[in-house]
Ligand binder design. Structure first.
Ligand code: ATP
Ligand code: MG
Length: 242
């Protein structure tokens, strides 16, 4: 058995006195897609943010490819862990192409031409080959989110984290973003993603992880989960959504 690509081991996280992650153990294998669901405030975003050290943890460890992220240079961690959020956070005064090419030139030191060539390929891959010169303000939310995904991929991450990336989008734009993520899953990208889109979770997820009050309360292969969750909490959560 190979090591998991991402491994949470007894992770506790507090904000001040408030504990928001409680003894979390979770292993994500290479090429696996784990979908995290759960009520608002249950700790889903915090769980993801701890992986690339946007949050500190107070106990336990998180390992990436066997090595603790706590012992790894934070810039290296963030190169290896791509993250896309609900808000796109593109640079408004840079074109789509510049947004995607920026970090590889600045952080990885790629020559501008190489970075731009790769940025073009990535924008093509997310269906935006014809928008390379557009500024974010001229793009729809769905297009901006696809640029944000291309930008994260430009660092050639080994794992991608997606936190409710379609929540801020108009309903008619959700599908085009989910299609891109589904494509990545098909290509074998390892992913940990938070979503309220249960149809999508079912389609793309290998496993469903349900959080409640900072704990993982159920973890079930996707097909089994939608047949019927193992726990009462899982059943209650699902019945509210479907
Ligand atoms: N920066 C912060 N400072 C203090 N408390 C925080 C901070 N960020 C999150 N929390 C608290 O941590 C808990 C978990 O928050 P988190 O954002 O991880 O939940 P979530 O499951 O992602 O919720 P949602 O579905 O609403 O996005 C909540 O009680 C929240 O209020
Ligand atoms: Mg959240």
């Amino acid at each position: 058995m190979s090591d998991p690509l991402v491994a949470f081991d007894g992770v506790d996280k507090y904000f001040g006195e408030t504990q928001v992650l409680r003894d979390v153990d979770l292993a994500v294998d290479e090429r696996e897609v784990v979908v995290v669901i759960g009520p608002s405030g249950s700790g889903k975003s915090t769980l993801l943010r701890c992986v690339n050290r946007l949050e500190t943890i107070q106990a336990g460890d998180i390992r990436l490819d066997g090595r603790s992220v706590l012992d790894t240079d934070v810039n290296e961690v963030r190169q290896r862990v791509g993250m896309v959020f609900q808000s796109f956070n593109l640079f408004p005064h840079k074109t789509a192409l510049e947004n995607v090419a920026l970090a590889p030139t600045r952080v990885k030191g790629l020559p501008a031409e190489t970075a731009e060539e790769r940025a073009r390929d990535l924008l093509d891959r997310v269906g935006l080959a014809d928008q390379t010169s557009s500024y974010p303000g001229a793009l729809s939310g769905g297009q901006q989110q696809r640029v944000a995904i291309a930008r994260a991929l430009a660092m050639e991450p080994t794992v991608m984290l997606f936190d409710e990336v379609t929540s801020a989008l108009d309903p008619e734009l959700v599908g085009e973003v989910l299609d891109v993520i589904e494509g990545l899953a098909t290509e074998g990208m390892t992913m940990l993603l938070v979503t309220h889109e249960m149809g999508f979770a079912r389609e793309v997820g290998d496993r469903i992880v349900l959080m409640a009050d900072g704990r993982i309360v159920e973890r079930t292969p996707t097909a089994d989960f939608f047949e019927g969750p193992d726990t009462e909490r899982g059943r209650a959560f699902l019945s509210r959504l479907l």
